[in-house]
Write a protein that binds this ligand. Structure first.
Ligand code: TGC
Ligand code: FAD
Length: 390
């Protein structure tokens, strides 16, 4: 079978429209052609392959659901999910770049920005001419972003921004940053900070064992003068960045399925071909248990993602439903990666196969956009009515 054949054990393709399938095959073909052949080398070198930015834009990965009048692809939420699935089949780090650009940079400008800001930034972000990043996390405030200390003061003709953000995807090369900071009253607002503004720097974070093909860095603001027209005025408070996270987490719930599918495909093919004790290892009960459980978990994850996509299309998906899908599907993928790695024996630890890279990448995916624990606590709060955070 084709390496990129989607496991579709429950005939889920019947639930997709022709447009969904077209969007999926365009992304799938592009990943197969442009990402898979080079990604291992870039991950080993710990470098983001910048030459794929144009291709990401062409398959609609930058702002899939942003209206076409702003340069987006004008697609629905299922198409958005399918694009993320196919990109993460290639690499979680590449999907991260697309998630950040779409849901954490374009989304807040679209939802909370002024018409001038939308016109100025969205078309260039959709085409990849501008790349963006999203600064919420700080050195002392990760799971608890409400405690952030990054702040700005109104200086009459500009805003004076001070503070620092850590663990920011795309930071080292981003042209703009959506930065969450408190005003003098302690209220959280979003600001568009542009590369080149005096006092703004983006040092790269090195020595990652995970998401190596994604560039991660800090955002440092040392008395940065931000023009007042760069304030996102449409929404303030912690709910503003959390609204963006809802959209990104939804995409990750689909993306993780892509990484899991790639691990499953690889393990299945290997198990059928690898002979030990005079028979394929796929003919042994222990390896069948692994493969059967993988396809079962992928199928459950697909159903969860698809139903969540329908709810999002109808504007009915809750934050807690999104948390459940992000948590379940990323854990599903990481467990499949670990099992698939074992199916390949020693070969599983090499860069000849994608599994170990997926496994390492997923250690970031299970932590960012809300940790595994935090999503459990969101579900716990939703069903009991008690917040266990504080
Ligand atoms: P809490 O008191 O529960 O809520 C504060 C205010 O926010 C409102 N709210 C939401 N609004 C919109 N959408 C949501 N999803 C919302 N969730 C909460 C809430 O109603 C409240 O409003 P108000 O008016 O009553 O004040 O907040 P808390 O301080 O107890 O904290 C809990 C919370 C939700 C922040 C925490 O559970 C959480 O989610 N922490 C995780 C932080 C996180 O996910 N950071 C991600 C950083 S970005 C990233 O990782 C990008 S990686 C990208 C990539 O490479 O792909
Ligand atoms: P902490 O919050 O310190 O958590 C440490 C541990 O404590 C975790 O296991 C956590 O689950 C647990 N914990 C915390 N609070 C509780 C509680 N109340 N009850 C029980 N357990 C708890 N952020 C951005 O803003 N933008 C980005 O683009 C971005 N990209 C990232 C890329 C990478 C590769 C990584 C690794 C992170 C990225 N992040 C980004 C940051 C990410 O969102 C945070 O790492 C994450 O939210 C967790 O914060 P923390 O690392 O400070 O961990």
């Amino acid at each position: 079978p084709d390496l990129f054949e989607a496991p579709d054990y429950y005939q889920l393709d019947d639930l997709l429209s022709e447009e969904h399938k077209l969007v999926r095959s365009a992304s799938r073909d592009w990943v197969k052609r442009e990402v898979s052949p080079i990604i291992e080398e870039y991950a080993q070198r710990a470098e983001f392959p910048k030459q794929i930015i144009g291709g990401l834009a062409e398959v609609g990965a930058f702002g899939p659901y942003i209206p076409e009048e702003y340069g987006g692809a004008g697609l629905d939420q299922i198409s958005y999910g399918l694009i993320m699935q196919e990109i993460e089949r290639g690499d979680s780090g590449i999907r991260s770049t697309a998630s950040v650009q779409s849901s954490l940079v374009m989304y807040p400008i679209w939802k909370y920005g002024t018409e001038e800001q939308r016109k100025k930034y969205l078309p260039k972000l959709a085409s990849g001419e501008f790349m963006g990043c999203f600064g919420l996390t700080e050195p002392d405030f990760g799971s608890n972003p409400g405690g952030m200390v990054t702040n700005f003061k109104d200086k009459g003709d500009h805003l004076l921004l001070n503070g620092a953000k850590l663990w920011i995807s795309n930071a080292p090369f981003a042209d703009i940053a959506i930065v969450w900071a408190k005003n003098e009253e302690g209220r959280i607002h979003g600001l568009i900070v542009e590369r080149g503004m005096e006092g703004f720097s983006t040092p790269e974070t090195h020595n990652k064992w995970s998401l190596r093909a994604s560039a991660t860095g800090e955002l440092i603001f040392d008395n940065v003068k931000v023009p007042k027209e760069n304030l996102l005025t449409g929404k303030s408070g912690l709910g503003a960045p959390l609204g963006c996270l809802d959209s990104a987490r939804y995409g990750i719930a689909w993306g993780a399925i892509g990484a899991a599918m790639d691990c499953y495909d690889t393990a299945l093919r290997y198990a059928k071909e690898r002979i030990q004790f005079d028979k394929p290892i796929a003919a042994t009960q222990l390896q069948q248990k692994k493969l059967a459980e993988m396809i079962t978990e992928i199928t459950k994850a697909q159903l969860l993602a698809w139903r969540l996509g329908v709810l999002r299309n109808e504007g009915k998906a809750t934050t807690a439903q999104i948390s459940m899908a992000k948590r379940n599907n990323v854990e599903m993928a990481i467990k499949i990666a670990r099992e698939a790695r074992q199916v390949l024996g020693g070969m599983g630890i090499t860069g000849e196969y994608s599994i170990m890279r997926h496994m390492m990448n997923l250690e970031s995916v299970i932590t960012y956009e809300g940790t595994h624990d935090i999503h459990l606590l969101i579900t716990g709060m939703d069903v009991t009515g008690f917040s266990a955070f504080k």
